[in-house]
Design a protein around this ligand. Structure first.
Ligand code: FMN
Length: 354
């Protein structure tokens, strides 16, 4: 396991990962396509979340994933939400939709990632740039020639902040990321932009366009991916894709699905203030959302004939069969987060069948 939910975020950050990832080393030397000019050494990558340090990146590279994503960083320090941050969800095998209420359990014993759902509630913690910049630079060196490193980042909305200052925070963070010479950057637009739960930046088309326009200059010649959340079928996905195409190089979907997580009595499960009633559900139960978004993004890309526009599919990939579903739709790259965390053998398994 890359990120161990039985430990706090700080323990994972300072001491993890604990497993032996060499057992899954492939060394098949095959090429799985080209990603922004870099040859992919694996059929599957790891999306943002479970690789918060260069040690975790190293483990993911050893386990044969490519590309590998360094967990989202910010310009200022932000602590993690209180422990626990990941719990299992019931019932097994169901799909979770935005705003659903689901029963969770902090006891993860016997957790089977191919059937059980999970939720994560971290609040996107970050160290200060003087800590993450040198570590990200180390990750760049570790991954070089073996896997393409993607660095995820975001701006931070603070009380009383103007829209301009918020946009400037994205730009400044992008500059700090770019200084590490990371080959690919990813802006996380699927985070809340106001205190409260539902105001995701990517659902605010005007603000997203303004952020992307500002990032266009800051990114220079470094490819920029944009991580977005689920859009309901009537939602404004197409105008957002237009801005992404205009100012960036590709899109990654889907982020976790916001749902209410309660205990058996129907009370908020995770400790802390009422904002923790909602958390981001991930894994098998959100695969439908990742597949649906992949279909919609690819059909728009085809209609517009955007040849070089990269579409990355993520959400609920826990087996080679899940991977195949995304590839059949035609995404350029498939990533896994929750599935790869509990099944670091996934890259090995998929490449054996590809
Ligand atoms: C432990 C954990 C932490 C995450 N942290 C981030 C993050 O920092 N930035 C981000 O864009 N997405 C984050 N995500 C969302 C994932 O990148 C992914 O979009 C989502 O979990 C769906 O994929 P999955 O079903 O393979 O987990 C996180 C997911 C998990 C499980």
């Amino acid at each position: 396991m890359f990120y161990d939910p039985a430990h706090t975020y700080e323990e994972n950050y300072h001491e993890g990962p604990w497993g032996d990832f060499g057992a899954f080393e492939r060394g098949d030397g095959k090429s799985y396509g080209v990603f922004f000019g870099h040859t992919l050494t694996s059929p599957i990558g790891i999306g943002a979340g479970i690789l918060p340090t260069s040690r975790h990146i190293e483990a993911a590279v050893i386990a044969g994933f490519d590309p590998v994503t360094y967990k989202t960083v910010r310009r200022r320090e932000r602590p993690s939400n209180p422990f626990p941050n990941m719990v299992r969800l019931y019932p097994k095998g169901t799909d979770i939709h935005p705003d659903d209420t689901v029963v969770g359990n902090v006891d993860m014993r016997g957790f089977d990632v191919t059937k059980d759902g999970a939720t994560n509630s971290f609040g996107v913690p970050s160290k200060t740039p003087d800590v993450w910049q040198p570590d990200l630079a180390r990750a760049v060196a570790i991954a070089k020639g073996k896997a393409t490193l993607i660095a995820s980042f975001m701006g931070t909305m603070r009380d009383g902040m103007s829209r301009e200052a918020y946009i400037a925070d994205f730009v400044e963070t992008a500059r700090l990321v770019k200084q590490t010479a990371v080959p690919v950057m990813e802006v996380n637009l699927s985070c809340p932009n106001v205190s409260g739960i539902h105001g995701l930046v990517c659902h605010d088309i005007e603000t997203s366009a303004a952020i992307l326009a500002a990032l266009h200059e800051a990114k220079g010649d470094t490819p920029l991916l944009v991580k977005i959340a689920y859009f309901p079928p009537e939602g404004p996905l197409e105008p957002l894709l237009e801005s992404i195409h205009q100012y960036a190089d590709g899109v990654v979907a889907v982020n976790a699905i916001h749902a209410k997580v309660v205990d058996k009595e129907g009370k908020q499960l995770l400790p802390g203030d009422s904002s923790r009633l909602y958390s981001g559900t991930c894994g098998r139960m959100v695969r439908w959302a990742g597949l649906e978004m992949a279909e919609r993004m690819l059909s728009y890309k085809k209609k517009k004939e955007w040849r070089d526009f990269v579409v990355v599919g993520v959400g609920g990939v826990t087996t080679p069969e899940d991977y195949r579903l995304y590839k059949t739709i035609g995404v350029d790259v498939v990533e896994s987060v929750t599935g790869a965390n509990w099944r670091p053998e996934l890259a090995y398994e998929i490449s054996a069948k590809t």
